[in-house]
Design a protein around this ligand. Structure first.
Ligand code: A2P
Length: 332
């Protein structure tokens, strides 16, 4: 028998990808239901030849029986509706930041810590998009050399702010007078060192997510993480410049081998051929791409690398669907 799956926020940038990826990965879905607000309830779309009508999200409907509910409708919706669904015995995979740091709630990148799902039922948190791709690339290196410190700067696509941000960048690329609605500055032909709200310590919430989610996923809160998160005028695909200090001296050739053999990682690193990952090429794929791997000039135990992944796919929808796959494999 197939699965009954509900997607909450099914009309959004990530929700649409979730539906697409369920199809693409041949998840055996018997019944798919789609939920959103009154703005788009009643809209219709095709899923494997069946017409699906978007339903209004209500408390009552979350109490019905689903095998999995995939949430991507913002923190407020997850705060209110995910506990109702979980209380009713449903497994929720939540893409918002609402439950990520709550003790007892697994925060999972399947390539890294699928073990956190064993025997679990309830709300499961999907990590932040920038954290996911960083974990896929760094977990195998942490295992081999032990990471002491991570300094990361991100170059994040507008699709991470939802569908309206895609519309804003498109609008501003065509029209200089298009207003700033989603972002505090013009995003076209610019970059903005500000993602999510500022904290009293000078870091943004997005930057702090990268710190504390890393600690939770790698189960090591001794790793020093310093993040600067930046929005750039790219539609799809987040890039990250990462500097790492290890306990043991890494060997570049071995690092490339470890990464080439790591699940979900593709190494593209031939600078002499101008080969390195870029978001335009990586968009619409599910892997995490690593290039520009090089030893630091001053610290023998440090190296730098460049990591790119599709933020809507591996950074959100694909990771959520992989959590479903991991749970199903454990139940077999
Ligand atoms: P709607 O289409 O009805 O606005 P994005 O991240 O691309 O902006 O998408 C957000 C998703 O979350 C959309 O599917 C949106 O539905 C949904 N959503 C936002 N607020 C609510 C709400 N209060 N109840 C249900 N769905 C919501």
């Amino acid at each position: 028998m197939g699965l009954s799956i509900g997607v909450v926020g099914a009309t959004g940038a990530v929700g649409r990808k979730m539906v697409e990826i369920l199809k693409e990965r041949n998840i055996p879905v018997d019944s798919l239901r789609a939920f959103a607000s009154e703005r788009s309830a009643g809209e219709k779309f095709d899923f494997n030849g069946k017409e699906i009508t978007v339903e209004l999200l209500t408390e009552e409907v979350m109490k019905e029986k689903f095998d999995y509910l995939l949430f991507s409708a913002g923190g407020g919706v997850s705060e209110k509706f995910a506990p109702i669904a979980a209380e009713a015995g449903n497994i929720v995979v939540d893409n918002s930041s609402q439950w990520r740091m709550t003790e007892g709630i697994p925060l999972v990148v399947p390539e890294v810590n699928a073990h956190a799902l064993e025997g679990y039922k309830g709300i499961i948190a999907n990590p932040n998009c920038s954290t996911i791709q960083m974990m896929v690339a760094l977990a195998p290196l942490h295992k081999r050399y032990g990471i002491n410190k991570i300094v990361v700067s991100t170059y994040q696509a507008v699709s991470g702010s939802g569908h309206k941000a895609i519309v804003e960048l498109e609008g501003q690329m065509k029209d200089e007078s298009y207003p700033n609605k989603v972002y505090p500055r013009r995003i076209a032909a610019n970059c903005i060192p500000h993602i999510d709200v500022f904290n009293d310590n000078g870091f943004t919430k997005e930057e702090l997510k990268m710190v504390y989610e890393t600690h939770k996923i790698l189960e090591d809160s001794n790793i020093e993480v310093n993040a600067t998160t930046v929005r750039i005028p790219v539609f799809y695909g987040h890039s990250e410049s990462i500097y790492l200090e290890f306990k043991e001296e890494p060997d570049v050739k071995e690092v490339k081998e470890i990464l080439a053999n790591a699940p979900g990682v593709v190494v593209v690193d031939n600078p002499e051929q101008n080969e390195y990952p870029t978001p335009l090429e990586v968009a619409n794929t599910d892997d995490t791409y690593v290039g520009r791997i090089r030893k630091d000039l001053f610290n023998a135990k440090a190296l730098s690398l460049w990591v790119v992944a599709d933020n809507l796919r591996k950074g959100a929808a694909t990771n959520a669907v992989q959590i479903v796959e991991a749970m199903e494999n454990m139940n077999k």
